[in-house]
Design a binder for this molecule. Sequence first.
Ligand code: DGJ
Length: 723
Amino acid sequence: MNKFKLLLSGVCLLFGLAANAENYLISTPNTTLFVEGVKGKQLNIQYYGSRIESADEVYDSGTALWQPAYPAFGLECTREPAIQVTHADGNMSLDLLFNNVEKSTEGNAQVWKFVLSDPVYPFQVKVCYKAFQDVDVIEAWTEISHSEKKPVTLYKFASTYIPLRDNKNWLSHLHGTWTAEGYLFEEELLPGIKVIKNKDGVRNGQDDNPSFMLSFGQAPSENSGAVLGATLAWSGNYSLKFDTNHSRKTSIIAGINEDASQYVLMPKEVFRTPELAITYSMEGKGGVSRNFHRWARNHKLAHGTQLRDVLLNSWEGVYLNVNQEVMNDMMSDFSKLGGELFVMDDGWFGNKYARKTDSSGLGDWEVDVEKLPQGIGALIASAKNNNIKFGIWIEPEMVNSKSELYEKHPDWIICQNNRTPEMGRGGTQLVLDLSNPKVQDFVFGIVDDLMTKYPQISYIKWDANMNLHNYGSYYLPKDKQSHLYIDYHRGLIKVLQRIQAKYPNLAMQACGGGGGRTNYGVLPYFDEFWASDNTDALQRIYIQWGVSHYYPASAIAAHVSAEKNHQSGRIVPLKYRFDVAMSGRLGMEMQPKDIPDNEKDFARKAFATYKEIRPIVQLGDQYRLISPYERQGVASLMYISEDKKDAVFFAYRIENLRCQLTPPFKMQGLDPNKKYKLEEINYIDKKLNQHEKVISGKYLMEQGVSLNLGDEYSSMIIRLKEI
Ligand code: DGJ
């Protein structure tokens, strides 16, 4: 070895980099994932953080010696692996060594596939990364395959593994329950493994969300500090593991939840794991959220760059009591308020087993001739007369045992063939087995039939009110029963892809009995999700705050509901209800005729105002200002147009205690060099002292505005325009 090589290897050892390593910098505009590959050795992750232009910029003290890109079980057995398999011959070990990298482009993104192979078995894993060039998100997944003589069983198969350099990490994640989804929880990661996983089977569920943020070196902060964010694009069971060692270094292992899901991989079959989308920001959690929002709008969400309609959903207005007259009246009343789309919710279908209660009818998707004798055609005509669009509710993955569908196809449900199925909602609900291609055709056919007969339907609310009980498939073979959790979702995605291909302009909402379908596995096929069955404006502030960490406002369906809320019994003024819903995708969830006459004018103006600010809220950058979780008595957030000329600011009183200090409302994201005119909008009595004042962006961000918000359930919206 000559002196230079000796010196180089010494330097590399010191920096923790191998001398003959190839350095791969996988970059987005502002971030880089640095992967180090030495042929015939373990593939390593050296760094993930702010963008670097050269590997030399990464200084490693040499302490982070174990940082594999995809650790396998069998040779190194003491750590939590990303993958664990049993080969055809019963051997449980796997050795994944770097071979080569395949690089390609997809749209404006660069795709890197690192090929790892076992020197003893014909077993291969491609560790894949897709780096977008217009947004700071990298999607990470794996493609697992083999050419052994017989099937190989996969027991663990993470989408990705990320060993972190930092050693004092805080986890932020969402947790909740039905009607209280998306609550924000934050904790320091201590030694041990923290696992967030779901077992709903059908949905990501109301309890958790497959997304998280890690703040490095300090407690989570909204606008500063280094934060990594991640969200798994999978609608089924998932697992997020945070493996923190004695020196508080954390490795992330994320992917499908492997519980009861061992996968029998046939020779030459490729098992593709769902993508974990990761991002990194030095602008705190807010920066991470904005990165996800941009990625969602530009690449992930259906119709992500289009504005959403203002809609009325019939559920809380009439529940199952739909009929022609009531629907017509709702459409007419809503149209007068300036609404753009009417959605007929549950209750419109079934004849032999009419949907009079929630215990019958699911599966029989023809119109109830008693309730709607003139059919859907007449409703569409009525919508047209009222100059609004028409949408409809379905729950296509489900069936009631009291239905003609169940009578015809009892073997289409999820159940073991020697047991009595456990029923869900209404005591009769069952889940259809979407691993079965015939069921997939049936589910596709529900939408296809509706759209063929009534091409004017412009929106579908797709509900899913049950989780998976009675684990078992009549369709899957005996040796592949453990594929059900996975194949259910593959079946679902196939159906959604067919719908999108045939009806590209159809808008759809993902509803999972409230917020159970809030995930990027399904969102490529949906314009939005129903964040919660809880429409209480006060509680919605917390729920919407939570989900906004990962999902853009255009996707967060937020509805103004009855004065006395049906879930909480709380009585909240109409303005407050509007002000909260206007920070997301505004809609209504009540009988519009129940709005008192003296408030109808306010409601009409509020819809008109929303239409004016809609481009900023739905397509702008979001800045969360004062968190409701900080218990300062108020909460506040704002949206800013990309050119920073227009902004909308929201403030809500969430608690009213005498002598409680209200902090100044310091804005974010404005151009410090621009001057903005402040204008209170959506008011009943104007309260903003600075109304029509011109203030610099610098002042608004450094000093903020003091607001006289008022008492309980008072709120304010301020429009800011550059002048
Ligand atoms: C649950 C949904 O979340 C509600 O909005 C409503 O659509 C009902 N299902 C209808 O059954």
